[in-house]
Design a protein. Structure first.
Length: 444
């Protein structure tokens, strides 16, 4: 091939590469422009129903925290997350809720909460345009628009996709593939027609967000409307009386949730799995998450095998208190070359390090009281040194955190340790769980 021909071919090749690159780069730009146009249209049409929720410290008159929310129902109610307004519910003398409507600062009051699903309804003294709630389930992959005020930088709309209910969750959460950020909590995620599909509640980063399904909001709205229809009690209560009533309801909601969960768990046949030389409890609820690990220390000649399961989610009550969390764990330890006394000391130390897994402050719970015992169902079967501890909630009568831990004692060079922690349960329900739990674990 001569130089002229080679030069001509190079020109053709370069022209083809340039043309191809232009065509390829134009596709995402066009898609982005179309996508941005949909977001702009949705925000222009429905953005007036959505506001930043500002929590103001009354004494300092300064912003304490913020979230987002939106008009629902008859235009006199406003929806957000419970965790956004929890400080107002629990300390109404210290905090208040404000939304800014132009130059006017409008104060809102909480009228209903659902702590299990992290929802709250607020009464607004200014009539607004309510967003409609979608009744049909979206198709997986359907485009959605999440709206809120992240990091107090201004109202923002985020595009993403509906991905159905998340797996392994006790409390229903919709998986939304969009960039939710702090401050967007309580805002709506809507479809192209402006219908609410879910309420922004949590982010896991990397375009993984979670929404409270709109059905939960619809149920809370229905309960408020039915109370209004049955009586004028809500209208006759003072603001302080309303908050006192809401506070009392928190414990009842947690108790109802954990009672239902324990009932579901106890009604099933628990799967059992091998863990080294033992038989232990497997995954006892579809919403639980389980994992395991093992380790051999060649220097100290000790082998450990662990298995843990938990409910992944807890119920947010306040910045100091979480509840409704379930966890259980097993650990097999073997040290064939250790003296019996040294191994027993090691096992006892491991046994003593167990701790409850939920967050609780001194103002929320009393100290644990424990019962120590030796469990041996039948002579010759697994014998365990056990402790069962409970602590009552100070503000919610009948609610307890319970903690159980046991370690086997009859083998000189190996031990099986077990524990569970249930938070926000009744004594009756914790006892029923305990009896079933200890009956499932044994040596192979």
């Amino acid at each position: 091939m001569d130089n002229h021909t080679h030069s001509y071919c190079q020109q053709i090749l370069l022209l083809w590469v340039f043309t191809l690159s232009v065509l390829l780069s134009a596709i995402p730009v066009q898609a982005q422009q179309q996508s941005s146009g949909q977001a702009e249209k949705a925000f222009a049409e429905f953005g007036s129903s959505i506001y930043q929720v500002r929590i103001i410290n009354i004494k300092s008159q300064n912003l304490n925290s913020s979230g987002s929310g939106f008009y629902v129902g008859d235009g006199q109610l406003f929806a957000t997350n419970y965790h956004v307004v929890s400080s107002v519910v629990l300390e109404p003398d210290e905090y208040k809720i404000i939304i800014e409507m132009g130059p006017e600062k409008v104060e809102l009051d909480v009228v209903a909460i659902d702590v299990v699903n992290d929802l709250a309804l607020l009464r607004v003294p200014r009539l607004g345009k309510a967003l409609s709630l979608r009744e049909s389930i979206p198709a997986k992959g359907e485009k959605m628009f999440s709206i809120g005020n992240p990091h107090n930088i201004g109202m923002t709309i985020v595009e993403g996709n509906y991905n159905g209910l998340a797996d392994d969750y006790v409390f229903d959460r919709i998986h939304f593939s969009g960039a939710l950020n702090p401050g967007m909590s309580g805002g709506p995620t809507i479809d192209a027609k402006g219908r609410v599909v879910g309420v922004n509640v949590q982010t896991a980063g990397n375009q993984v967000g979670f929404l409270v399904p709109v059905e939960k909001l619809s149920e809370l709205l229905s309960s408020v409307n039915s109370q209004k229809a049955e009586s004028e009690e809500l209208d006759n209560l003072s603001t302080l009386e309303t908050y006192q009533k809401l506070q009392l309801g928190i414990g009842n909601q947690i108790l109802a949730s954990t009672a239902k969960l324990i009932e579901e768990i106890n009604e099933t046949v628990w799967p059992r799995e091998e863990l080294a030389d033992g038989l232990v409890v497997g995954k006892i609820h579809p919403g639980f998450h389980c994992w395991g690990q093992s380790d051999t220390d060649e220097k100290d000649k000790i082998t450990t095998v662990r298995k843990s399961c938990n409910s992944r989610q807890s119920i947010y009550v306040s910045s100091e208190l979480s509840s409704g969390f379930f966890e259980y764990e097993f650990q097999f330890v073997e040290a064939e070359e250790w003296p019996e006394t040294a191994f027993y000391q090691y096992a006892s130390l491991e046994f003593s390090q167990g701790r409850p897994s939920n967050r609780a402050g001194e103002d929320d719970v009393d100290n644990f009281s424990c019962i120590n015992d030796v469990i041996e169902r039948k002579p010759g079967e697994m014998r365990r040194k056990a402790a069962f501890c409970s602590r009552p909630y100070k503000k919610y009568p009948g609610l307890y955190d319970v903690f159980y831990m046991a370690v086997t004692t009859q083998k000189n060079d190996r031990a099986l340790m077990e524990h569970f922690c249930l938070s926000g349960v009744s004594k009756e329900n914790s006892d029923s769980f305990l009896q079933k739990f200890i009956s499932q674990v044994e040596w192979k």
